[in-house]
Design a binder for this molecule. Structure first.
Ligand code: URA
Length: 218
C-alpha cells in the first residue's frame, strides 16, 4: 500500500529548524527540509542570501527555475530586474538580505525534458515554510522588510493582503513577535510579464516603491 500523504494543514518546516542556529547552520538545515512535498521535485532548497547585519530584507515568493538550479535567490531574470530597480532607487542590492516566503521551486512539467512552468505556492505551503522566514527575521533583525508581491505579503501580513492597497507605504506590524517596518511592492516578475506598452510604467512604479524603502532607511 502506498504511504499515506500528510494532509496539507499538517505541513510544517518547524521540526527541521534548529534552535540557536546562525545563518550558516540554518542554511545547512534548510537543505534537508521535508516539511512539505515541494522538496521532492525541486533540485534543492534555496535559502536566503546575505549577511546577518543587513539593514534591509527583501522577501520574494519562491525560487524560479534559475534559482532552483543555482541554489541562490533572485539570480534569474526577475533578480536582474530587481537589482537594477534597487540600484536606481538608491539601495545597494549587495547590502540586502534576499530571501523568499517559500524555499523550494514549485512548478508543473508536462514531460521530463520540457520547460518547467512556475506554479504559485498555496497558502498552506507558504505557512509550512514560515518557520524558516521567522528564523531569518530573528537573526537578521532588519530595519526594514521589502515585501515583493502577494505571496510574500500574505505570508507576512496575512491572507487579506493586497499589493495594490499597500504598495509604496511604510507599514508597522508585529510579525513573529517582533515589531517590523515593511514596504510592500509588486513582484519584479510582474514587470517582466507586463504588456510591452505597460512595462516602462510598471518598472517605474517598482522603482518609486523602492525609493520609499530607501527613504525609510535614510
Ligand atoms: N522570484 C522570486 O520570488 N524569488 C526568486 O528567488 C526568484 C524569482
Amino acid at each position: 500500500m502506498p504511504a499515506a500523504k500528510a494532509p496539507e494543514d499538517a505541513y510544517t518546516a518547524a521540526p527541521f529548524v534548529p534552535e540557536g542556529a546562525d545563518l550558516a547552520a540554518l542554511r545547512r538545515a534548510a537543505a534537508r527540509c521535508r516539511g512539505c512535498p515541494l522538496h521532492a521535485p525541486a533540485t534543492q532548497t534555496v535559502f536566503g542570501a546575505g549577511t546577518a547585519d543587513a539593514r534591509v530584507m527583501l522577501v520574494g515568493e519562491q525560487p524560479g527555475d534559475q534559482e532552483d538550479r543555482q541554489g541562490e535567490p533572485f539570480v534569474g531574470p526577475a533578480g536582474r530586474l530587481l537589482d537594477r530597480a534597487l540600484a536606481e532607487a538608491g539601495l545597494d542590492p549587495a547590502e540586502a538580505y534576499v530571501t523568499n516566503a517559500v524555499k523550494h521551486f514549485k512548478f508543473t512539467q508536462t514531460e521530463p525534458r520540457k520547460r518547467r512552468i512556475h506554479k504559485a505556492p498555496s497558502l498552506r505551503e507558504a505557512a509550512a515554510c514560515a518557520p524558516w522566514l521567522a528564523a531569518e527575521l530573528a537573526l537578521v533583525e532588519p530595519e526594514l522588510i521589502v515585501v515583493l508581491g502577494a505571496t510574500a505579503g500574505k505570508a507576512l501580513l496575512g491572507p487579506s493582503f493586497r499589493v495594490g492597497e499597500a504598495r509604496g507605504t511604510v507599514l508597522e506590524r508585529e510579525i513573529h513577535g517582533r515589531p517590523e517596518r515593511l514596504v510592500p511592492t509588486v513582484h519584479p516578475s510582474s514587470v517582466l510579464r507586463a504588456r510591452d506598452e505597460d512595462r516602462r510604467a510598471a518598472y517605474e512604479g517598482l522603482v518609486a516603491d523602492l525609493q520609499v524603502a530607501a527613504q525609510a532607511l535614510a
